[in-house]
Design a protein around this ligand. Structure first.
Ligand code: GAP
Length: 435
């Protein structure tokens, strides 16, 4: 058996994603729409698993973080206060010849059009927020924005959440949700799209403690990536240089992943000071400060933010898990996804169509505990191949011996070793391996 060490290229991965139902181009029958993607039946399971893994570690397992789910469209003043209306933009240039548009800071290196070599216009700022109108009147007064990040409503809801949860500082508020950016050049599949999901957490603390919490969250977030199966050698931390930092931030570190197109940001952890709360206080006229009853001190909390894209994490996990092997002269494609995030944790196959009924019974009994799939199409070998390609860690086969002694085979995706297990012990067996 030969493991192929080279990293999967994007073309191979995109093709696997389509073939196996992870990701489709949005509106494909109309020719697609650039920067938008649909997650298929297998992809949606992966995405859910990633979000669950994040929520468990960031909210469920902690006493100092609570969740929130806010509207995608907020009061437009939110985006004036946060600085997005005036400054959430990328520099854009047009090609005078082919009329294509590019980001001048990242897409253009020679001063000429990267597509046709034509002359480019002077750069101008392009605001990335999608605009819409709220209500029946379509005028300046009804303009609203699709949120470009989920965190601003965490700041505007800070007081409400703190009051109802009665949490004392330090504590965090976490949110998972859609964000929208009208990227000039969406690219690299789901890495940079115009609609995506973020998982963000704002940790509110005393300003004298923010440096300590910043260090803590950088390490904690790196550990999370490894807990869902990311290989250490595919990850690195990149602290921002001082001239990269926003004027209010005193530190920012990216968790980067080695993509086929180079090291790229998956997550940013930032020590944002009290900038956001102060801005919203200034523009709303409302108090968003905190009173410490023990020390009798009133202050505006500092914030450490962790911000990661769901889609980008899914892409990294797929690349991290992909490998090819040669087995008996044939290529085997395997996604060695961690069992906690695999779309299906177990698949059940009847060896023959005659065994459909008892095999379905086994599958139904597993569904209550695990993400389970049932497959009777094609040979057993084909079914193994399909589930290897979508990362199912365990495949259970119900065969004729099962009728006699109430046992099944359980095949391990990575080792391909098969164990014979009593059906009434299956849940325990899988629990031990999966949880
Ligand atoms: N609240 C801070 C914030 O939004 P960001 O670095 O702009 O910071 C955070 O975004 C994360 O959101 C990124 O690290 C990335 O994972 C994800 N993200 C940002 N833009 C994206 C895009 N166009 N497509 C997919 N994911 C994106």
């Amino acid at each position: 058996m030969l493991a192929k060490p080279t990293m999967v290229d994007m073309e191979t991965l995109v093709s696997l994603c389509k073939r196996r139902g992870f990701v489709f181009q949005s509106s494909e029958i109309y020719g697609g729409i650039n920067g938008f993607w649909d997650f298929g039946p297998v992809g949606v399971e992966l995405k859910r698993r990633v979000k669950e893994a994040w929520w468990k570690r960031m909210v469920q397992w902690r006493e100092d973080v609570v969740g929130l789910d806010t509207s995608i469209i907020a009061h437009p003043q939110t985006w004036v206060s946060s600085g997005h209306v005036s400054a959430f933009s990328d520099p854009m240039v047009d090609c005078k010849k082919c009329k294509k548009r590019f980001r001048s800071d990242t897409d253009v290196s020679t001063g000429k059009c990267p597509e046709c070599g034509g002359e480019l216009t002077e750069p101008r700022q392009f605001n990335l927020m999608f605009q819409t109108h709220v209500g029946a009147n379509q005028d300046d007064a009804s303009v609203a924005y699709l949120r470009p990040e989920t965190c601003q409503s965490i700041f505007t809801e800070f007081k409400n959440v703190q009051t109802v949860s009665r949490l004392k500082i330090p504590f965090g508020i976490a949110q998972i949700g859609k964000a929208f950016r009208n990227e000039i050049t969406p690219r690299n599949f789901i890495f940079r799209s115009r609609e995506f999901e973020q998982m963000e957490m704002e940790f509110f603390c005393h300003p004298t403690e923010s440096a300590k919490w910043y260090e803590y969250w950088v390490q904690e977030r790196l550990d999370w990536f490894m807990s869902v199966g990311m290989k250490k050698e595919n990850l690195r931390l990149r602290p921002h240089a001082t001239d990269e930092l926003a004027h209010y931030a005193s530190g920012c570190t990216d968790v980067e992943f080695q993509m086929p197109f180079g090291w790229s940001e998956l997550e940013g952890i930032a020590n944002r000071g009290n900038y956001d709360l102060t801005q919203h206080m200034k523009h709303s006229g409302k108090d968003l400060d905190y009173y410490n009853e023990e020390t009798k001190e009133r202050f505006v909390p500092a914030v450490v933010e962790t911000s990661v894209g769901v889609d980008r994490t899914c892409l990294a996990l797929l690349i991290n898990a992909y490998h090819e092997e040669e087995v008996k002269g044939e290529k085997r494609i395997v996604l060695s996804l961690h069992p906690s995030i695999a779309p299906y944790q177990v698949a059940v196959f009847p060896l023959s169509g005659k065994l459909r009924e008892p095999a379905t019974r086994v599958e139904k009994s597993l569904r209550r505990f695990f993400a389970a799939d049932y497959d009777e199409a094609g040979s057993i070998g084909k079914r193994y191949r399909r589930h290897d390609e979508i990362g199912t860690p365990f495949c259970v086969t119900y065969d004729f011996q099962s009728e006699i002694d109430q046992t099944v085979t359980v095949r391990n995706r990575d080792s391909m070793v098969q164990d014979r297990i009593a059906i009434d012990q299956l849940v325990n067996y899988l629990n031990d391996k999966i949880l």
